[in-house]
Write a protein that binds this ligand. Structure first.
Ligand SMILES: Cc1cc2nc3c(=O)[nH]c(=O)nc-3n(C[C@H](O)[C@H](O)[C@H](O)COP(=O)(O)OP(=O)(O)OC[C@H]3O[C@@H](n4cnc5c(N)ncnc54)[C@H](O)[C@@H]3O)c2cc1C
Length: 394
């Protein structure tokens, strides 16, 4: 039996035994995980079958067509897109067993405790301290821009464990339980009126050493894996069909508004459509390349292109709604259930797209990454690579 036939048989058996129309979504996702169909490229027993990543799209498409719930219940982008691939690479057998399944079912929603008031683009500068105490670490500090912390059961956390060494080598990466004393989550309101993200204060928070991902002091390498996956997760979303996402909303409006079409608008519409399709296909290729290992700095290019295009498309969409485009439907403070890049109206899309060139690394920083790590151009002048973190000006 070919790999494809084998996968089809497994998918059919899963659907026969767990009809998505009548099965609780978490139960369905648990059964999918146990059948090795969560991430086919993950090892057997951990949601996968040890197959090349290229087969995943086929499984996702079959299950979506049958009405199956999406990975993580559709609300766990940080879990499925960033934490899972990092745990798969750096986790111990125990950690993979403990964390991957509830992450995939959406029982454990994840948030990302990386950015701080003094450490965003320069993530290696984080000041949140983790100090060893027996089998635990005690964590104190402040994080910021933490998307969906209000719903999260777990967080991926980067903290400073040794201030006496240079900044990149004194960091350690943890999986932190968000439902424990000492974690204070406060909403931050965005330009859209919503508070999708938060500031998070950590006071004497206990993280067991068993939740350390990778070696003590090795957090930078682990975090880089997360960031490379984040750029692919944002820039090359899985399963976007042709004319899906931002461009889908605009083509709909375009078809409904023949009166607005003039040659200049027509040219712009065609340019955006073609660029969106090129980006979608490039994203597909990028995800397939990742089959041979973890995504590298190439994801930075994808993310820069996605952000630029999302801002251009959502700007063009406003021109197609000359009367109502800038009328915003609701300015009350809302706490959304999930990160929504394209939902609601054109005004929301236009405003939300401003964040696309900041979240997951700003476009300026990603251009630096492309120039240094993809094109091999000379690096930025850095004076703080060898000094101990505690001696750096802050
Ligand atoms: C919608 C949204 C959601 C987010 N969600 C999360 C989350 O869940 N978890 C999390 O940890 N973080 C999150 N972030 C934070 C995001 O990762 C940071 O905002 C981003 O990395 C930039 O950091 P900063 O805000 O500190 O800006 P700064 O680093 O202070 O940068 C300010 C400006 O200076 C520029 N700049 C800085 N350094 C350089 C340089 N060396 N060369 C050229 N230009 C430079 C930047 O490009 C930027 O324009 C989110 C941000 C947004 C907008």
């Amino acid at each position: 039996m070919s790999i494809q036939q084998n996968l089809q048989t497994r998918v059919r058996a899963l659907l026969d035994q767990h009809d998505p129309a009548t099965t609780d979504p978490q139960e369905f996702l648990g059964a999918r995980f146990d059948a090795g169909l969560a991430w086919v490229h993950f090892p057997a027993g951990f949601g996968g079958l040890g197959l090349p990543h290229t087969y995943q799209a086929q499984v996702d498409a079959h299950l979506a067509a049958a009405g199956a719930p999406p990975a993580g219940g559709g609300r766990n982008i940080i879990g499925t897109g960033m934490a899972a691939p990092t745990i798969a690479v750096f986790g111990t057998e125990d950690q993979k067993r403990k964390f991957l399944r509830p992450l995939f079912t959406g029982e454990h929603l994840y948030c990302q405790l990386f950015s701080e008031p003094g450490a965003g683009s320069d993530l290696a500068a984080v000041a949140t301290r983790a100090v060893r105490d027996g089998d635990d670490w005690i964590v104190n500090g402040q994080k910021v821009w933490t998307s969906m912390a209000q719903h999260a059961q777990m967080a991926i956390l980067v903290a400073r464990t040794d201030p006496n060494v240079p900044k990149h080598v004194g960091l350690t990466y943890f999986l932190c339980d968000m439902r424990q004393p000492g974690i204070d989550i406060r909403p931050l309101r965005q330009i859209t009126g919503e508070a999708e993200f938060n500031e998070v204060f950590l006071t004497d928070v206990r993280v067991p050493d068993a939740n350390r991902l990778g070696p003590e002091g090795g957090g930078w390498r682990v975090a880089t894996t997360t960031l490379n996956n984040e750029r692919v997760a944002i820039g090359a979303r899985t399963g976007t069909p042709r004319e899906g996402g931002h461009i889908g909303r605009v083509t709909e409006a375009w078809r409904e508004q023949p009166a607005l079409r003039n040659p200049a608008m027509h040219d712009e519409m065609m340019r955006l459509w073609v660029e969106a399709e090129v980006l979608r296909l490039t994203g597909e290729r990028l995800r397939q390349q990742a089959a041979t290992g973890q995504p590298g700095p190439e994801g930075a290019g994808m993310k820069v292109a996605f952000a630029r295009l999302a801002q251009q498309i959502s700007g063009f969409e406003l021109e197609l709604h000359p009367e109502s485009g800038l009328q915003y439907d609701d300015w009350t403070l809302r706490r959304p259930e999930t990160v929504d890049l394209i939902g609601r109206g054109p005004g929301y899309r236009y405003l939300r797209a401003r964040g696309n060139s900041i979240e997951g690394g700003t476009s300026e920083i990603l251009r630096n990454t492309i120039s240094e790590r993809v094109l091999g151009l000379p690096g930025e002048h850095r004076v703080d690579k060898t000094a101990a973190w505690k001696d750096l000006p802050r």
